[in-house]
Design a protein around this ligand. Structure first.
Ligand code: NAP
Length: 330
């Protein structure tokens, strides 16, 4: 059967994006054929669409590291036709044709059954970005963070990971301080629960100093670079920072002083290869005690509007979550 897909082709003049018709038999091998109802846009999809070799090497390619929909054919005894599923991470949208298409075929080991309390649309408002925010908060809490630990810093706060982190933390009773480069989005961030704001420049001040005054009870960092290590240098005694992103820079100048004088922790966060049982457990929390109404964070996208959104996310201009409606006729 034929279906519509967003496709990136490598040409002599660069990477060209278009919406094309594809056939089921052009999809890779896998036990589950899935009708994708919703996907979502993540920073990594923009890297894939612009030929970043650390993400995608073989073109033509359909990006989309997220997909939610219904199984229409299963060769795995754990899944049946009609099951609603979520697939995020692993190789989806990187080396394997991804969720910016009305159909995917994937190994059953990549899929999580839709937990009660979520559906395809609400799960893709969360998507990899929101899931990663939840993973950060879970690991910080496992490391001892509570609302009594002190204010929590969220960097890249208007972005996909950042905005969901602000909303989740505020809902759990944390005092959230947001780092944002978008002065015109303070009201939006306040509506999610942030109570104080810093510019990116303020967050990067003092990068040459070995320690900064103790301030944060926890940090969710999506940007890396000096902003991340400044945040580590400003952690209160025994507290932790979760690092998940690199939009500012992958490198930072570090010293051991915060670790050996303040007993702080730098926690690594990866949502891609996280074992499927741990993925299912976090989705289950997001469907129950961590359930959030993210409608206000959503910008609805279609296959045809994706290209423009990819340019905006690369320029750091997206706000909230881009949710791709695969049923939209445009
Ligand atoms: N480890 C994992 O498994 C995992 C999973 C998901 C995402 N990530 C990573 O997390 C990062 C964020 O992803 P996302 O989907 O949230 O991206 P996003 O929606 O583009 O958000 C990133 C935000 O960072 C801020 N920003 C942009 N350029 C910046 C710069 N040069 N310096 C400082 N801040 C800047 C912007 O927010 P403000 O304008 O508010 O400052 C931007 O909205 C990416 O690096 C992504 O690859 C990792």
């Amino acid at each position: 059967m034929s279906f519509r897909a967003f496709q990136v082709e490598k040409t002599d003049t660069g990477f060209v994006r278009s919406v094309v018709d594809r056939e089921d038999d052009q999809l890779p091998q896998g036990e589950l054929l899935i009708d994708v109802h919703y996907s979502s846009l993540n920073y990594k999809d923009a890297l894939s669409a612009t030929g970043n070799p650390g993400v995608t090497r073989v073109f033509p390619h359909t990006p989309g590291i997220d997909a939610a929909g219904v199984v229409i054919n299963s060769n795995d005894s754990d899944f049946a036709e009609g099951d609603q599923v979520i697939v995020i991470g692993f190789d989806l949208g990187m080396g394997t044709a991804g969720g910016f298409a009305q159909r995917i075929r994937v190994p059953a080991s990549w899929a999580v059954k839709m937990p009660e309390g979520l559906d395809a649309h609400t799960s893709m408002r969360i998507g990899t970005a929101g899931f990663t925010a939840a993973e950060c908060v879970q690991k910080l809490e496992q490391s001892g963070m509570t609302p009594a630990s002190g204010p929590v810093l969220v960097t890249g706060a208007t972005g996909g990971v950042g905005s969901v982190a602000v909303k989740l933390l505020a809902g759990l009773g944390y005092e959230v301080v947001a780092v944002t480069g978008k002065a015109d989005q303070h009201e939006f961030l306040r509506s999610l629960g942030a109570v104080e704001f810093m510019t990116r420049e303020e967050a990067a001040e003092g990068a040459e100093k070995p320690l900064l005054p103790e301030r944060w009870g926890g940090v969710v960092d999506t940007v890396g670079g000096d902003i991340l290590f400044n945040a580590v240098k400003s952690l209160r005694y025994g507290c932790s920072a979760a690092a998940c992103g690199l939009v500012a820079a992958p490198n930072f100048a570090a010293s051991v002083l915060p670790f050996i004088l303040r007993h702080v922790n730098l926690l690594g966060i990866d949502s891609v290869q996280l074992p499927i049982t741990e993925k299912a457990a976090i989705w289950s929390r997001l469907a129950t005690d961590w359930q959030m109404d993210l409608a206000d964070l959503e910008e609805t996208l279609t296959l045809n509007s994706l290209s423009d959104a990819i340019d905006r996310i690369l320029a750091g201009q997206m706000v909230g979550r881009g949710v791709v409606d695969l049923s939209a006729e445009d």
